[in-house]
Design a protein around this ligand. Structure first.
Ligand code: BCR
Ligand code: FE2
Length: 371
């Protein structure tokens, strides 16, 4: 073997080991969440009433578990991508990015709360689609080709953002009112013309079918492509059912913590050299505890900022849990802009490295990593 091929082979093996970790994460973490999501959807479709207070629990728990913390290691991402220890030179630009973009978003809320809300929904659409697109590509190690690289995130982000608008327009309007009221915005009426709902529903269906066909075309004849395709189609069907049956504050809160954030935590943990053994061995307790411990100080700072916002804005909101959720969403919207930039950086760096190695069927992750 020549010197020039060795590093590429090492990188290929490391990537193959990562794909095996994703496969295990899917079996041991994501499938149990799928089952929970399905059970809740069936129960809600059957008419099970969920007490209002309970619907806020996932968002409340997400303040300290998975949800808010999932972005709290963003300042370590540049160093982790470069395989280096973090230094002031790698952390300071991220803190600066948070400051500049966070303040810009806060200013937008003051100047035009409705535009800020629409921007927040559009950005969430993009960011949540971006997260699912990466996780889906980790099924086989493929690279998403054009036009699927656009269609796939577009569809995945639309599921949590558009389906609740079709199925529960009144709650959507209440959330819009809760976020904008503190800045003098109006509460819109809670209805949506039947024609618009129908058009959105048809649009979602056309998008879903188009993406399923594009996926089938791109994955045809590839190793594990058929299974990966089925897995993605099943996820889309499950999420569409979930967001059209479960009350949206509960559904979006669960999705945020247990779907989007959990996948991002697995992705981040794979960049932490200290976690390679626990990840290879599927010791998720250790992985999640170490992540939570590392994220705790910066999550604490974010919680202090949130407390400041509550203090400044509470008197101007409607009060109650919905008023508090509104303020939390305003904070999240300010954090989401820089967080999305960091995740785009990860996509760029990790996209360049991926796409070479199909996941081996017969190895376990530690064997692949040690090979
Ligand atoms: C690093 C750093 C930091 C931190 C950070 C963090 C902590 C981050 C996070 C981030 C995050 C944490 C992100 C998130 C995201 C999320 C989202 C994006 C969400 C969204 C949502 C929504 C949008 C919803 C809505 C709704 C509902 C709720 C119901 C009904 C309907 C609707 C749909 C409307 C600080 C600043 C301290 C400093 C500097 C550096
Ligand atoms: Fe995220």
């Amino acid at each position: 073997m020549t010197d020039t091929t060795e590093p590429a082979d090492a990188a290929d093996l490391a990537e193959a080991a990562d794909l095996l970790v994703w496969r295990r994460a899917r079996r041991q973490l994501f499938v149990p969440v799928d089952i929970l999501v399905l059970a809740l959807s069936v129960a809600c479709a059957a008419g099970l009433p969920i007490p209002e207070a309970l619907q806020y629990v996932p968002f409340a728990l997400g303040l300290v578990v998975f949800g808010l913390p999932h972005g709290a290691l963003d300042h370590l991402v540049p160093a982790r991508l470069a395989g280096r220890r973090p230094t002031v030179a790698t952390v300071a630009p991220v803190v600066g990015l948070y400051l500049v973009l966070g303040v810009a978003v806060a200013a937008l809320w003051v100047v035009s709360p409705t535009v800020a809300f629409v921007f927040f929904i559009a950005l969430t659409w993009f960011h949540w689609g971006q997260g699912d697109a990466f996780a889906s590509a980790r099924r086989t190690g493929e690279r998403l080709g054009w036009p699927r690289a656009i269609g796939f995130p577009l569809l995945r982000g639309a599921l949590p953002m558009v389906v609740p608008l079709i199925a529960f327009p009144a709650t959507y309007a209440v959330v819009l009112g809760a976020t904008t009221r503190a800045f003098g915005g109006d509460s819109p009426s809670g209805t949506l013309a039947p024609g618009i709902r129908l058009a959105l529903g048809v649009g979602m269906l056309v998008l879903a079918i188009t993406v399923a066909l594009l996926d089938a075309w791109e994955r045809r004849g590839t190793a594990g492509g058929r299974r990966a395709w089925l897995g993605d189609v099943a996820e889309v069907a499950l999420l569409a059912y979930f967001f059209s049956t479960v009350p949206p504050v509960l559904a979006v809160g669960l999705y945020f913590a247990l779907w989007h954030s959990l996948r991002h935590i697995v992705r981040l943990s794979l960049l932490d050299p200290a976690l390679s053994r626990p990840l290879d061995e599927g010791r998720w307790g250790i992985v999640l505890l170490r992540f939570s411990g590392q994220a705790a100080p910066v999550t604490g700072i974010a919680l202090l900022i949130l407390a400041g916002l509550f203090f400044a804005l509470t008197a101007r909101t409607s009060g109650g849990p919905m008023g508090l959720l509104g303020i939390y969403l305003v904070l999240i919207s300010a954090l989401t802009v820089p967080h999305t930039v960091i995740v785009a950086m990860m996509d760029h760096a990790q996209g360049r490295r991926s796409g070479r190695t199909p996941a081996p069927e017969h190895l376990d992750a530690s064997t692949a990593r040690d090979a």
